[in-house]
Ligand binder design. Structure first.
Ligand SMILES: *Cc1c(COP(=O)(O)O)cnc(C)c1O
Length: 400
């Protein structure tokens, strides 16, 4: 494995880390990482097998559900990039979210969560955890008084999306982390919208950072993946035992795709964010739009917090088409370049109607509370030419 230290002892910058960290070269010296598509590993002797089951080093593997060289390279690269001691890769972002919560919580524990979350995160917190007797208090993530009132001595964890899906609410991470640390609660951040490129979550007080690697890490719409990042003690002591026995391991093939995705992530995310910023500025005030939500706009309710706590605005915005569902559907159906789909962070620009797709199962009252109106469109900005995108969006708004 290559270290993340440059030859002069100076730590590598993130772009170098994203290209090289964690690489393990076989005796053949391949340039691209090898895909170790194997379930198991052979031991030279019975004694060696016994010893490895008692204790195995980072590069001594037993079974691919526990770990695999290609997956380990991805984990090490993600940890180096985020600046955490360790990482555990999972089959999807939701395997990372649900696995982290289930690995660390037990009946009677108390969790405080922001209410504005990805639909599946709401399901895990509001249905699965509650079914097992974990108490979950939901708060308006943008209201510090609500966090202050809900976090109490004994609270085990706080869970939040630093920027929420799909309404781009920004949580003041440093302030919430301060409240959590005062009672010893673990701060778990689903950091998908901030992206690993713009993340400063650790410096702001996050203990555990989670990414759906399906999004910007792959960034080309090919495979699912997730990763949990934290201290070595938390990853190897709490996460690994749960994950390895419950089976949400990442496939070595997906780890290989994601390793290659990481080599271009910085360039892609910065280019997509730049285009998103251009589009948001151009579309703000459009007569067919009642709202444009993007953290880089001065009109965003948490614009200042977003600017202070992220290295960039991200690649996703929300547009509210005036005229409700009918107008929103006319807009979507008139798009020519932007695809109607539900992924985000992809090289292809994607428009989603959360009220009828990703957040469909939420009751109307909850949708209203979260600002998921019938006219709301989530727009993930890709790598196409900005002028082509603007022309496409403007023409579709004319049709709306
Ligand atoms: C997509 C997403 C997830 C889930 O990731 P999968 O890889 O689809 O399982 C979790 N949280 C957020 C904020 C997301 O955008």
């Amino acid at each position: 494995m290559r270290s993340t230290d440059g030859t002069d002892g100076k730590p590598w910058a993130p772009r170098t880390v994203a290209v090289h960290a964690g690489a393990r070269r076989s005796q053949y010296g391949e340039v691209a990482e090898a895909i170790y598509l194997t379930q198991g590993f052979v031991y030279p002797t019975a004694e060696a097998a016994e010893a490895r089951f008692v204790q195995s080093g980072r590069d001594e593997f037993i079974y691919a559900r526990y770990g695999n060289p290609t997956v380990a390279a991805f984990e090490d690269r993600m940890a180096a990039l985020e600046g955490t001691e360790d990482a555990f890769a999972t089959a999807s972002g939701m395997a990372a979210v649900s696995g982290t919560l289930c690995a660390m919580l037990r009946t009677g524990d108390h969790v405080v969560a922001a209410r504005a979350l990805f639909g599946s995160c709401i399901y895990v917190l509001d249905e699965v955890l509650k079914r097992f007797g974990v108490e979950v208090t939901f708060v308006d993530g943008t209201d510090l008084d609500q966090w202050r009132a809900a976090i109490r001595p004994g609270t085990k964890a706080v869970f939040l999306e630093s920027v929420s899906n799909p309404t781009l609410e920004v949580v003041d991470l440093k302030a919430v982390a301060g409240l959590a640390q005062a009672v010893g609660a673990l701060v778990i951040v689903d950091n998908v919208f901030a992206t690993p490129v713009f993340s400063q979550a650790l410096a702001l007080g996050a203990d555990v950072v989670i990414y759906s690697a399906t999004k910007h890490v792959d960034g080309q719409g090919r495979c699912l993946g997730g990763v949990v990042l934290g201290t070595r003690e938390f990853i190897r002591g709490t996460i690994e035992p749960y994950m390895k026995h419950t089976g949400s391991a990442m496939s070595p093939f997906n780890a290989w795709v994601l390793l290659n995705g990481l080599t271009t992530m910085d360039l892609r995310v910065r280019a997509q964010a730049r285009t998103a910023q251009e589009l948001a500025r151009a579309l703000e005030g459009h007569p067919k739009l009642s709202r444009v939500l993007f953290p880089a706009l001065e009109s965003h309710p948490q614009h200042e917090i977003a600017s202070a706590q992220m290295g960039g605005p991200g690649t996703v915005m929300a547009l509210e088409v005036a005229g409700g569902k009918e107008a929103a559907f006319r807009f979507l159906n008139a798009l020519g370049v932007v695809l109607i789909s539900n992924n985000l962070g992809d090289a292809r620009s994607i428009a989603t109607h959360p009220a009828t797709t990703t957040h469909q199962r939420l009751p109307d009252t909850q949708k209203a509370e979260l600002g998921i109106t019938e006219g709301l469109i989530r727009l993930s900005v890709g790598l196409e030419d900005a002028a082509d995108l603007l022309a496409d969006l403007t023409a579709a708004l004319d049709a709306a």
